[in-house]
Design a protein around this ligand. Structure first.
Ligand SMILES: [Zn+2]
Length: 271
């Protein structure tokens, strides 16, 4: 019964983990809702811990009973012995289910806390200026399949495809690319990204690729021009754009779309 309750709450709690593309008010609402969910998950986890403790006590008692029977029966299997082992098997299964539920809930809580964290950063204006001047436009193409190999050449071999790690901000060649926050800009040029610049700030770094030329490097303020829109690297056969990646706390890239919208207007249009 307790396990059924856990499974039902798992489904209810996993359901809201669908990323939304919120505006500021929505983001605040989302943070509140997520905090509430974290609270609920924590409560369920406390119940699971109690349940697991109960199961462990039961396991110890059963083990003692088995040991006792084994020593008195001297290895000969009696009916009562078989019953004890059956009970042990079902107990172990229940323990496994409970452990798995706890692990999944901890993961959910972790993801919710992550999202709260990033939303809070976004609410404090993560990008203080839009990284690309007007005219510009982009869509949320983070995570779409890139049908190119590690050298940036188009390929039909699905094993070589990868998920797009940034947002492509399209503009006119030569349009200024700016540091979205104060920090340190340095060259990150490579064959795939072409001329590229990373800007390291207090919350992580951004990566701008396919630049036509560099701008100011080293110490930068928000809005300092660090380069100009181009199509170098594997973008040579596409139109000019800034491949823009956001790496919170210098970790893996995450979808920068909501943060960009905060700084550039929806899809980079009119602000
Ligand atoms: Zn790109």
């Amino acid at each position: 019964m307790a396990i059924a309750v856990i499974c039902l709450s798992l489904i209810a709690l996993l359901d809201p983990l669908i990323t939304s593309r919120p505006a500021r008010a929505d983001m605040r609402r989302q943070v509140r809702a997520d905090l509430h969910r974290v609270h609920r998950v924590s409560k369920v986890l406390v119940r699971i811990r109690k349940l697991a403790e109960g199961l462990r006590t039961e396991e110890r008692a059963l083990k003692a009973a088995i040991d006792w029977s084994q020593s008195s029966v001297r290895g000969v299997e009696s009916d009562s012995m078989v019953r004890l082992w059956m009970r042990m098997a079902s107990l172990r299964y229940r323990m496994w289910v409970v452990r798995r539920a706890a692990a999944r809930l901890r993961k959910v809580r972790h993801e919710l806390e992550d999202r709260i964290h990033f939303l809070r950063i976004a609410l404090t204006h993560l990008f203080r200026v839009c990284p690309v001047d007007e005219p510009r436009s982009y869509v949320d193409d983070f995570g779409v399949w890139v049908r190119r190999d590690e050298k940036g050449l188009p390929t039909k071999d699905k094993k070589k495809w990868h998920h797009h790690q940034g947002i492509d901000i399209f503009s006119v060649p030569g349009t200024p690319v700016r540091a979205p926050f104060p920090g340190w800009a340095r060259v990150a040029t490579n064959p795939v990204g072409g001329l590229a610049v990373k800007v390291f700030g207090a919350q992580g770094f951004v990566y701008n690729a396919h630049l036509l030329t560099y701008g100011h490097l080293g110490h930068v303020e928000e809005g300092t021009i660090i380069g100009y829109i181009g199509n170098t690297g594997d973008a040579r056969d596409t139109s000019a754009h800034d491949h823009f990646e956001w790496h919170p706390f210098n970790g893996p890239a995450v979808d920068a779309y909501p943060y960009l919208n905060e700084a550039c207007g929806p899809r980079g249009l009119d602000r």
